[in-house]
Design a binder for this molecule. Structure first.
Ligand SMILES: [Zn+2]
Ligand SMILES: [Zn+2]
Length: 323
């Protein structure tokens, strides 16, 4: 009897330790690959026009139920997507699965990856045309890119005998020039566009609503009430920011930034009103290696400036982070 009691206690203790071990393992897993929310935010590119080898051009993926929705396609977008697929195990980001994209505005740092997004997955076997949503002008940009690569398209269609019969069709792009409001809806997600204030007459931010999360992405913008309203307690707000430290060193850039971008003080004010559960800062004047660009700020400086006026949870995004 006594022997049985000891065995039972030992067995109970083993179960408890196994439980603790599993919890620790789960926590490690979570920090390595992001939260276990069904909807994932994958930062493909958190950089700016500056050619920083640590940060690709602006591009973000919202991944839900095995489907990916891109916002912006800066330099390196397809290769970062492949890295997210291969290194982080996110199958939706296999480049041939990239079929839906939204663009915030037409600046080259947000769109220079467009030909890459059209043609690389096409040649690799994308099964359907690309669907692209964005402001007025995205149709003309698309037509010009397809025209620029016309010789390549004709050559590939006529010589690549291993490709499927509909190869000529799958390089096409269905372009949707949008206005504010709900612009996209499928079984996974509803996407709402809202106006932002940037250097073009028409620029947009986007809100994604899925079964378990609400995510707002600003694109490039001056602080606006529309961004605050779009978030309004959202789960994740992804917003640009320029540091005061950087702006102080760039008086030539200050008037432009004051009209078309958001500084860290303004972002702190905006986030205090928008109240996201998590604020992710991207597209900022940040470098990880100071020698690359002495004027730029460190991620720590960005955090310090924002946290001086904001009490919520905030992170500085890095390429291939998953939230
Ligand atoms: Zn811009
Ligand atoms: Zn930009």
């Amino acid at each position: 009897m006594c022997y049985h009691n000891i065995l039972r206690r030992l067995f109970g203790a083993a179960i408890v330790w196994l439980g603790i071990f599993a919890t620790v393992l789960a926590a490690q897993q979570q920090s390595a690959t992001g939260p276990r929310s069904k909807t994932q935010v994958v930062l493909l590119g958190t950089g700016s026009p500056f050619p920083d080898p640590d940060r690709s051009g602006p591009a973000t993926a919202i991944v839900v139920n095995g489907s990916a929705y891109l916002v912006d396609f800066g330099a390196g977008v397809v290769r970062r997507a492949k890295a997210a697929m291969f290194d982080k195990g996110i199958a939706a980001l296999e480049p041939t699965n990239l079929t839906v994209a939204f663009v915030t505005h037409l600046h080259s740092d947000h769109t220079v990856g467009y030909p890459d997004l059209i043609f690389t997955p096409w040649v690799m076997g994308r099964k359907v045309p690309l669907e692209v949503y964005g402001p007025k002008g995205i149709k003309a940009m698309t037509d010009h890119i397809l025209a620029a690569w016309q010789a390549d398209i004709e050559e590939r269609v006529s010589t690549e005998t291993w490709q499927p019969n509909n190869y000529r069709d799958t390089c096409k792009v269905n372009v949707h020039e949008i206005s504010s409001g709900v612009i996209y809806k499928d079984a996974n997600v509803t996407v709402t566009a809202f106006p932002t204030k940037h250097a073009f007459p028409e620029t947009y931010g986007y809100r994604f609503d899925t079964a378990d999360r609400s995510i707002v992405i600003s694109g490039d913008t001056n602080p606006t009430q529309a961004t605050i309203d779009a978030c309004h307690g959202c789960d994740v707000l992804i917003h640009e920011a320029q540091t005061l430290e950087w702006l102080a060193k760039r008086p030539d850039f200050q008037p432009y930034a004051a009209k078309y971008h958001t500084n860290t003080t303004q972002l702190a004010e905006l986030a205090s009103k928008a109240k996201p559960h998590l604020l992710i800062i991207y597209h900022a004047s940040i470098v990880l290696r100071p020698a690359l660009r002495p004027q730029a700020s460190s991620p720590e400086q960005v955090l310090k400036e924002v946290l001086s006026g904001y009490a919520g949870e905030v992170v500085v995004g890095r390429d291939l982070d998953v939230y």
